[in-house]
Write a protein that binds this ligand. Structure first.
Ligand SMILES: [Zn+2]
Length: 303
C-alpha cells in the first residue's frame, strides 16, 4: 500500500522566500529597512498582535514605528515586501489583541501562520542563547538575527531545532493505538511521540519510543510529513508504523497512564460520549488520526 502524505499541517504553511543570502548583505538590509513598505512583526512571550476582520490576521508596524532592538530578517513576499521580526513589548494598537500559535496558528492565512511560527521560534532561541555554550561569554546577534556570535572566542551559534517523532501505530485489525500521558486531563488521548536521541535515526527513534512506552515492537515505519512546533523548539516528524505481532500492551507507568487499541467505531463512540477529547487540528497528531479515521471526528475543535 502506498502512503499518502499529510495534506495540511497548520504550522507548515509559510509562503515567504527566506532570502537567506541577504542576511549578510548589509546594503540590501539597509535599503529594505528604509523602505516604508517593509513590515515589522513584534513578538513578546510567543505572542504577536492580531486583528479580526473577521478572520485573524497579523498586525505589523512600519520600520519607523518599530521598537528599538535587534531585528531579524524573516523573508520577502512575491511583491518584494520585506518582513522583519523583533522581540519587544507589544505596542498598543486599537482593534488588536495579542495571540500565540495555539490560539491562531491554524486560523491565520498561510503567509501569517508561517511568519508567526518563524518569529516565535527565533524569539525563544535568542532569549535562551545569550551566552556562549563554549566559554560563557555574552553572544551578540549577527546575520540579521540568524546567528549569535561569541564576543570572546568568535564562535558562531545557530538556531536550535529539536527533532521529535510522532507515530500512528496500528495493529493487524487496523486499530489505532492511543495513550494518555501522565500530565494530561483524564479525557485526553493521543498517539505516541518522543524526542530523537543523539546518534539515532528517525526510524530507530520511532521503534525505541513505542517499545519504551508500551512494550511493543513495530515494523513498516513510514514517514508522512513534518511541521515545526516551536513550543518551544521542536520539529515534529510524523510516521505510521505497524505493530509486529499480537502482544499485550505494557505501558511504562512513568510515561503512559493508559494505552489501548481503538477501531474507528470505538473511537467515534468514545469521542461522542465525551470519554475522549482528540487533539486539536493545530497538531500533527490530529492530522495523522484524521488520515487514519478518514475525515474529521465528531466534536473536533475547529481551532
Ligand atoms: Zn565563547
Amino acid at each position: 500500500m502506498t502512503e499518502t502524505p499529510l495534506e495540511w499541517l497548520a504550522l507548515a504553511r509559510g509562503t515567504l522566500d527566506r532570502v537567506a543570502l541577504r542576511r549578510r548583505d548589509d546594503a540590501w538590509l539597509k535599503t529594505a529597512w528604509a523602505d516604508p513598505r517593509t513590515r515589522v512583526l513584534v513578538v513578546e512571550d510567543g505572542r504577536s498582535l492580531v486583528s479580526h476582520d473577521p478572520d485573524p490576521a497579523l498586525v505589523f508596524v512600519p520600520p519607523g514605528d518599530a521598537p528599538p532592538g535587534d531585528r531579524w530578517l524573516l523573508g520577502v513576499d512575491p511583491a518584494g515586501v520585506a518582513y522583519f521580526g523583533t522581540a519587544a513589548p507589544l505596542p498598543a494598537i486599537e482593534g488588536t489583541e495579542p495571540a500565540g500559535l495555539r490560539r491562531v496558528g491554524a486560523l491565520l492565512n498561510d503567509r501569517d501562520s508561517g511568519l508567526l511560527t518563524f518569529v516565535v521560534a527565533l524569539e525563544h532561541w535568542h532569549a535562551t542563547h545569550l551566552f556562549c555554550p563554549r566559554c560563557g561569554a555574552p553572544t551578540e546577534v549577527r546575520s540579521a538575527g540568524h546567528v549569535r556570535t561569541c564576543t570572546e572566542d568568535g564562535s558562531d551559534h545557530f538556531p536550535r531545532v529539536d527533532p521529535a517523532v510522532i507515530m500512528l501505530v496500528t495493529d493487524a485489525a487496523d486499530r489505532i493505538l492511543l495513550a494518555r500521558g501522565p500530565q494530561w486531563p483524564a479525557d485526553r488521548r493521543s498517539i505516541l511521540a518522543g524526542f530523537v536521541e543523539p546518534g539515532e535515526s528517525l526510524e530507530q527513534a520511532v521503534a525505541r519510543e513505542v517499545m519504551e512506552e508500551v512494550g511493543l515492537a513495530v515494523r513498516d515505519v513510514r514517514y508522512l510529513g513534518s511541521q515545526p512546533w516551536p513550543l518551544p523548539r521542536s520539529l515534529m516528524l510524523g510516521f505510521t508504523a505497524k505493530a509486529d505481532g499480537d502482544v499485550p500492551l505494557r505501558p511504562d507507568p512513568e510515561e503512559i497512564l493508559d494505552a489501548a487499541w481503538y477501531t474507528r467505531a470505538e473511537l467515534r463512540e468514545a469521542v461522542e460520549a465525551g470519554e475522549i477529547v482528540a487533539p486539536g487540528p493545530l497538531s500533527i497528531a490530529a492530522q495523522l488520526i484524521m488520515r487514519w479515521y478518514g475525515g474529521e471526528l465528531p466534536n473536533m475543535p475547529h481551532f
